[in-house]
Structure formats: structure tokens, C-alpha cells
Design a protein around this ligand. Structure first.
Ligand SMILES: [Fe+2]
Ligand SMILES: [Fe+2]
Length: 241
């Protein structure tokens, strides 16, 4: 790490422990591709710390939870969804943190953030840190990053760049050739801003939402041979306030 890139703020657990957790988490992220690989984890870590600072949350818990939050994903993929990666991740994280002699209360709080980061069933985020991790994870699936991830995913499944105008996206099946990034936007990404749990998460989600609307609207115009940039940038600027 270069001296210039070091920011103490980014290491609430200290440099040594943070790097140790990254090193231990890395093998679990191997082969998870561009959508759920270590770069996703690093973005979630940064966003979680940003929201955590504003809300005076426990940054040490947030840091550990963000770095380990998706380590159970490969088990869910391997078992074709029969295992919940959040629950498996919490179990694996407990074992890692116990080996590193973290205090029990830290382990419990971190494991709760991880097991609740999908907000499924009775595993709902109860603590401030769990709510922040949930928001940070969701934010990574919208905005410019979300668009990038949606196209990456569409590419991996062999889908097209966009749907023809005569295709009704309501009829398109997930994982099919018509399962485009636009379909993902319409059915999933466009709803995320209404599911945020913290004020800063909501603010960021609304800003990212406007950017996606502008992007997909323009994509549509370009694919029809008509394009005009007038208005695109002012919409984004006014969303930023
Ligand atoms: Fe996850
Ligand atoms: Fe995630």
C-alpha cells in the first residue's frame, strides 16, 4: 500500500486486522465473477463506512461485517439456492472472528449484520450497523455500478444489449436471451430506493435512481436512432441537489 493511498479512516479495525480479514475472505470470493467478487465487497465496505460515519455507528463492526458479508455466497451458488448465503456467511464469519480472538459481543454484532443483510424471513436488520450494511449492499446494485453489474450479468447469461420494441418485458424470463439489463432495471433496480433503511441510504438511492432513469431512457432513444442529450445532465444535477 502506498503512503498516499493510506487513510486511517478506512481502517477502523486497524491496518493489520483489516488486511488479515481481506486475506481470509478472498478465497471465498474466488470465481464469483464481476457481480459478487471482491470488488463488490470493497465498494460495500466504503459505502458502509461512509454512512456509518454520518450516523455515528460502530465502524469497527461495520468494517468487519462488510468485509465478510458475502463469504457464504459460493455455498448458495453451489447448492442452487438451497443454502442462504447470509446465514452461511454469518456462521463462517463467527469461526473466523473467534480464531482471531475478537470479543464475543463484537462477534455477535458482526454476525447479526451478516445474517440480516438480505432482510429475508425473520432475519431482519435490528441494529443500526445491520441497517447500514443492508443499505450499502443494496446501493451497490443501483446507480452507475448497478447498471454495470446488470450488463455484466446479462453478458454472462448470453442476453442481448436491449430488447426489441415488440418484446413485452413482462413476458421475458430471467436467465433467458431477453433477460436484459433493462428488464433488471424495470423489475428490481427501480424498486430499491423505496427499501432503504437509513436517511443517507435513501438519499444516495434516490440520486442513483435518477441516474438510472436518465441512462435507460437515453439507451432507448439511442437504440431507436433518436438521441438528444438536452435535459439529461440537468436531471442528474438536480438530483444531486
Ligand atoms: Fe449478499
Ligand atoms: Fe453483497
Amino acid at each position: 500500500m502506498s503512503k498516499d493511498s493510506f487513510k486511517e479512516d478506512d481502517y477502523p479495525l486497524g491496518v493489520e486486522l483489516t488486511e488479515k480479514l481481506r486475506q481470509l475472505a478472498d478465497p471465498y470470493h474466488d470465481g464469483m465473477g464481476g457481480c459478487h467478487g471482491p470488488d463488490h465487497t470493497e465498494r460495500v465496505h466504503k459505502t458502509a463506512l461512509h454512512i456509518g460515519r454520518l450516523m455515528e455507528a460502530r465502524l469497527d463492526v461495520l468494517s468487519g461485517a462488510a468485509l465478510l458479508h458475502d463469504i457464504g455466497r459460493r455455498y448458495e451458488t453451489r447448492e442452487q439456492g438451497k443454502i442462504c448465503h447470509a446465514e452461511k456467511g454469518a456462521e463462517l464469519a463467527r469461526a473466523i472472528l473467534e480464531k482471531l480472538n475478537f470479543p464475543q459481543s463484537f462477534i455477535d454484532e458482526t454476525a447479526h449484520c451478516i445474517e440480516a443483510h438480505r432482510y429475508r424471513g425473520d432475519k431482519n436488520p435490528r441494529t443500526l450497523e445491520a441497517k447500514i450494511l443492508y443499505d450499502a449492499d443494496k446501493l451497490d446494485s443501483i446507480g452507475a455500478v448497478g447498471i454495470g453489474r446488470a450488463f455484466l450479468f446479462a453478458g454472462q447469461t448470453g442476453a442481448k444489449l436491449h430488447n426489441d420494441t415488440d418484446v413485452d418485458i413482462l413476458d421475458c424470463k430471467p436467465y433467458s436471451r431477453e433477460d436484459t439489463a433493462y428488464r433488471e432495471f424495470k423489475f428490481k433496480m427501480s424498486k430499491i430506493k423505496d427499501r432503504m433503511l437509513t436517511p443517507e441510504g435513501k438519499r444516495l438511492a434516490e440520486e442513483r435512481h435518477v441516474f438510472m432513469e436518465v441512462f435507460f431512457d437515453r439507451l432507448e432513444r439511442e437504440t431507436k436512432g433518436a438521441e438528444s442529450v438536452a435535459g439529461d445532465f440537468s436531471k442528474i444535477r438536480s438530483a444531486r441537489g
